[in-house]
Design a protein around this ligand. Structure first.
Ligand code: HEM
Length: 509
C-alpha cells in the first residue's frame, strides 16, 4: 500500500503519476491507431471513376435522387462509415452516420476547429481582392489562429443575448409588415402563390439586413434598385457556391467565363455591402448612440472597420436561405399537424394577447414549445446534410484509421433514426415529455446538430431562432395555416431548400 507521508510528497508524486497516466493513455491511443484497419479499406467507391459512375450514370439507382435520399441509400449500401474520393482537384472525404464518431471528432478538434471552406470565397477574398479583405477574410474563410482571433472578437458582440434581444421590436415590425404582405398576395382561395419561398427569402433578408447593415431595405414594398440588386446577388452567390464548390468543376485549373462572371458577382455584392457600412459610419459619426443602445454593426465598427465589413457580408450570405428554409419547414410542419399548431397558438397567445400589442425584448423569454417546434422542424428537414471537420492528427473511427487532413462529414442521424421518425413531435424536446415513446432529450446530442457544435458552431443561431420565433408568433396569432398539397419536396444545392411550391392556405382567425 502506498502511504503519502507529507504534502510535499503528494505534490511531487502527482506529476509523476499524471505523466505516467498520460503516456499510458498516449500509448493506448497509438496502439489503437496501429491496430486499426487502414484508411484505404473503408467501404465506398474507391476511385473517381467508380464515384462518377455511381452518382452520374443514368442507370445508377442514385442518379438524380434528392441528396438527402441519396445519403440514406449510401448508408444502406456501405454502412455507417463511407469513403468518397475527391473529384477534379477536390479533397477526398469520409462520411459518418454515428453520433459517437461526431462526439469523438469534437474531442479531437482542439481550439481551432477546421471546416472545409468554400474555395470560391477563399479565392475571391484571399487572391482576387486581398486588398479589401485585409487583415481578415472572415469566419467562413479563415482557419487556425486567424479564424480564432476574428471569432473571439465577434463572439463578444454577436453572441451576447442582450445585443440580439434588443432587435425584438424592430424585427416584430418586419414580421407585422410580412403579415400584410401575405394578405396582399394570397389568392381568392386564401392560398399563397407558388413562389412564396421568394417572399420568405425577402423576409429573411429584410430581417438580417436590419442587424448586419442597421438599415431597412423595404423589400416588401418600395425597395430601391440597389436593395433589389442585393437580393438577386445573394441568390446568385448560392448558385455559385453550388456550381463551383459542390459540383465537380475545372475552375481550379482554368478560369472559365462562368467563373469570371462569378467573381464579378462577388465584386458587386462587396461593393453594395461595404457601401452600406460606409453610410452607417457616417450616421454614427454624426449621431453616436449611447453604449447601451448601440447596434451590433456599431459595436462591430468599434472593433474595426474590416471586422464590420466582412462580418456584415457573411451575415447576409449565411443568414437568408438558411433562415427562410427553416421557417418554411416549421410552417409546413405546423400546417400539416393542426393539433400541434393549436398547442403553439396557445403559447403564442400568452406572449401576444392582442394582435395590436408589440413584442418586447422580454416577450420571448419563455416559449418552450416554440423552441421545440423549430428544433423538431430542423430534425425532419435538416438544412445542412452534415457538419464537416478535418483534424490535424489521425483518428480511429469505427475501427478504421482516418488520416489527418481528410474531411469528415458528420451526418445528422436524428433525421432517420428516431422512433416515429417521420412524425412531427415537438414534445420530444421538452423537459417534461408528454408522450412515452418520444426520446429527443435523452439521445446523444450529436445526432442532431442543426447549428453545428463547439467553438465553430453557427454564430447566427440566436439571431435565426429569434427571427423565426417572431415570425411564427405573428403568423399564428393572425392566421390558421393549412396544407392541402402532397408531401413537400426538397432540393439540395449548397444547403437543402424546399423545391415544392409553398401553397399554404392562410385563413384569418
Ligand atoms: C436556421 C438558420 C441557420 C442554420 C440552420 C445555420 C447552420 C449553420 C451551420 C450548421 C454552421 C456550421 C457550424 C459548424 O461547423 O459547427 C453554420 C455556420 C455559420 N453560420 Fe449559420 N445557420 C443559420 C443561420 C445563420 C444566420 C442568420 C447567420 C448570420 C449571422 C449565420 C452565420 C453563420 C456563420 C458566419 C457561420 C460560420 C461560423 C464559423 O465558421 O466560425 N447563420 N451555420
Amino acid at each position: 500500500m502506498l502511504i503519502l507521508s507529507s504534502r510535499k510528497s503528494l505534490i511531487s508524486f502527482v506529476p509523476v503519476l499524471s505523466s505516467r497516466f498520460c503516456s499510458a493513455q498516449a500509448s493506448l491511443a497509438e496502439q489503437k491507431l496501429l491496430s486499426a484497419k487502414p484508411f484505404e479499406v473503408i467501404p465506398g467507391p474507391r476511385n473517381s471513376f467508380q464515384f462518377l459512375k455511381l452518382m452520374a450514370h443514368p442507370k445508377s439507382k442514385y442518379y438524380n435522387q434528392p441528396l438527402i435520399k441519396m445519403i440514406c441509400m449510401i448508408r444502406e449500401d456501405f454502412g455507417d462509415l463511407v469513403y468518397f474520393p475527391g473529384l477534379l482537384g477536390a479533397k477526398p472525404m469520409v462520411m459518418t452516420f454515428s453520433p459517437e464518431d461526431a462526439e469523438k471528432v469534437s474531442r479531437y478538434e482542439g481550439r481551432y476547429p477546421y471546416r472545409r471552406d468554400l474555395e470560391t470565397f477563399k479565392y475571391y477574398r484571399k487572391q482576387h481582392r486581398p486588398e479589401l479583405f485585409k487583415p481578415s477574410a472572415g469566419l467562413v474563410v479563415e482557419h487556425g489562429l486567424a479564424w480564432h482571433e476574428f471569432r473571439s472578437k465577434v463572439n463578444q458582440v454577436m453572441l451576447h443575448p442582450r445585443n440580439v434581444k434588443m432587435y425584438t421590436p424592430i424585427l416584430d415590425n418586419v414580421a407585422c409588415e410580412f403579415v400584410e404582405k401575405i394578405r396582399a398576395i394570397r389568392n381568392e382561395s386564401m392560398t399563397m402563390p407558388d413562389n412564396f419561398l421568394e417572399n420568405l427569402n425577402e423576409w429573411a433578408l429584410e430581417s438580417i439586413a436590419l442587424i448586419a447593415l442597421d438599415t431597412r431595405l423595404n423589400l416588401f414594398e418600395g425597395a430601391n434598385q440597389e436593395s433589389k440588386q442585393l437580393y438577386e446577388l445573394i441568390k446568385e452567390m448560392f448558385a455559385i457556391g453550388f456550381e463551383f464548390d459542390i459540383k465537380p468543376s475545372i475552375w481550379r485549373y482554368c478560369k472559365t467565363p462562368g467563373f469570371n462572371k462569378a467573381l464579378k458577382t462577388f465584386d458587386k455584392l462587396t461593393q453594395i455591402v461595404f457601401g452600406h457600412v460606409g453610410q452607417a459610419v457616417e450616421r454614427y459619426e454624426k449621431s453616436p448612440s449611447a453604449s447601451e443602445h448601440q447596434s451590433i454593426l456599431e459595436k462591430l465598427l468599434k472593433i474595426d472597420r474590416n471586422v464590420a465589413e466582412v462580418m456584415a457580408t457573411d451575415m447576409l450570405i449565411a443568414g437568408i436561405d438558411t433562415t427562410s428554409s427553416t421557417a418554411a419547414a416549421a410552417l409546413y410542419c405546423l400546417a400539416t399537424n393542426p393539433d400541434k399548431q393549436e398547442i403553439l397558438r396557445k403559447e403564442v397567445k400568452k406572449v401576444l394577447p392582442s394582435n395590436y400589442a408589440q413584442l418586447t425584448e422580454k416577450s420571448l423569454a419563455s416559449v418552450p414549445y416554440m423552441r421545440a417546434v423549430i428544433k423538431e422542424a430542423l430534425r425532419m428537414f435538416p438544412i445542412f446534410n452534415g457538419i464537416a471537420r478535418a483534424l490535424d492528427k489521425d483518428i480511429v473511427l469505427q475501427g478504421y484509421r482516418i488520416k489527418k487532413g481528410v474531411d469528415i462529414m458528420m451526418v445528422p442521424t436524428a433525421y432517420s433514426d428516431f422512433e416515429h421518425t417521420n412524425k412531427f413531435i415537438p414534445e420530444r424536446w421538452l423537459k417534461r415529455k408528454t408522450q412515452k415513446t418520444c426520446q429527443g432529450k435523452d439521445v446523444n446530442p450529436f445526432a442532431h446538430l442543426p447549428f453545428g457544435y463547439g467553438p465553430r458552431m453557427c454564430i447566427g443561431k440566436r439571431m435565426a431562432e429569434m427571427e423565426i420565433e417572431i415570425l411564427l408568433t405573428r403568423l399564428l396569432s393572425e392566421f390558421k395555416l393549412e396544407w392541402q398539397e402532397g408531401d413537400i419536396k426538397w432540393s439540395s444545392t449548397t444547403i437543402n431548400v424546399p423545391s415544392s411550391p409553398l401553397r399554404f392556405k392562410v385563413l384569418d382567425l
